[in-house]
Design a protein around this ligand. Structure first.
Ligand code: PEP
Ligand code: MN
Length: 355
């Protein structure tokens, strides 16, 4: 199915990349909302986000202030002239948000994963013309993401965009939600006219990752950014670790390098992304190899063996040399690589033996 789309143009909002939406994870108090909004507006941000209803993994957390927070968003709009955006997850949320004059709706990752909820929201929006941003579902399922967009589109809404916020993983390492960039890239290929925004806050889960993720999204040709910003991030009632002050956000945005998006650079960036992933894998494999080498060092020490076991070293060079050659690499190159790796292993083992 083809999506029938219309461009999201908002009077007063610059059309050049990136479209920026910023604001706190959650609306907490009138003061926090207004203070954050004033600071953001003062730095040129035109679209304010704040969660009114918060989907929480476990009960008992802060579940949002609910309808009581909607008048604060109205006040933001009146005082600063910013557009206001909030998350909706049910027909009732849609009803309340529209009543309060919310300009842009977004659908959260947990909701996007649920076709019943998506259909309920779509039905509640029939006949309404409002921009709707659909986050990727929590699980890495492109079809489910596209299906969520299709449901909204079939209800007659044409001003749509996607938000890439990463995908959940069982063991979290660097990222709170894995970027899996190939998924939004494939979405772009499948629906070229659909704007894609990146949510570096929920991908990264920590402040330090916001700047590099924003840059990466820009380099991949994304259209916009939705970033969590709070006047006092450390005291935020939700997602404290990933929010930045409006000042820091401004700094991050000013440092972004925005390159032309034409097909060739997009392809190049995609390829570079793949190179980065390979290099990342290489480092991890090397680190693992060194850990094993250190264990061998301990064994050699305990058994009074010498570090350099020439026979073994020759065996490695020969075996890997011909293996490399069979994969189209120069045998001498492979020898150099393994020489260097071996040298570092020896250095690490020496450290253990001389300890
Ligand atoms: C949010 O934007 O604050 C949020 C709850 O995000 P997500 O749905 O991506 O987890
Ligand atoms: Mn959040």
């Amino acid at each position: 199915m083809e999506l029938e789309l219309e461009k999201i143009t908002l009077p007063g909002v610059d059309e050049k990349r990136p479209l920026v939406i910023a604001g706190p994870c959650s609306a907490e108090t009138e003061e926090q909302v207004m203070e954050t909004a004033r600071q953001l507006a003062g730095r040129g941000i035109k679209i304010f986000r704040a969660g009114i209803w918060k989907p929480r993994t476990k009960p008992g957390g802060f579940e949002g202030v609910g309808v009581d927070g909607l008048p604060w968003l109205k006040e933001v709009k009146q005082e600063t002239g910013m557009y206001i955006a909030t998350e909706v997850a049910t027909a009732k949320h849609v009803f309340e948000a529209l009543k309060a004059g919310v300009d842009i709706l977004w659908i959260g990752a947990r909701t996007a994963a649920n076709p019943f909820a998506m259909q309920e929201i779509a039905d509640s929006l029939r006949g309404v013309d409002i921009p709707v941003l659909v986050k990727n579902p929590v699980n890495p399922d492109l079809e489910l993401w596209i299906g969520a967009l299709e449901r909204i589109n079939q209800a007659g809404l044409k001003r749509l965009a996607a938000i890439h916020r990463g995908f959940s993983a069982y063991d979290k390492r660097i990222y709170r939600n894995l970027p899996q960039w190939h998924i939004p890239i494939e979405l772009r290929r499948r629906i070229p006219d659909l704007p894609i925004l990146c949510d570096p806050s929920h991908i990264g889960g920590k402040r330090e990752l916001i700047a590099p993720l924003c840059q990466q999204a820009m380099d991949l040709g994304f259209d916009g950014l939705i970033v969590e910003s709070h006047c006092n991030p450390d005291c935020a009632w939700s997602d404290a670790a990933q929010q930045v002050t409006p000042d820091i956000l401004d700094y991050i945005l000013n440092l972004l390098v925005i390159r032309e998006t034409n097909q060739s650079t997009e392809n190049l960036n995609e390829l570079r992304k793949q190179i980065d992933e390979c290099d990342n894998d290489l480092i991890q494999v090397l680190a693992k190899r060194m850990r094993v080498a250190r264990e061998i060092g301990t064994y050699k020490k305990e058994h009074g063996m010498t570090i350099l076991q020439t026979g073994r070293y020759n065996e490695i060079l020969e075996k890997r040399g011909s293996q490399g050659a069979s994969c189209g690499m120069d045998a001498d190159f492979i020898k150099k690589v393994f020489d260097a790796i071996h040298e570092e292993s020896i250095r690490q083992q020496m450290e253990i033996i001389n300890k």
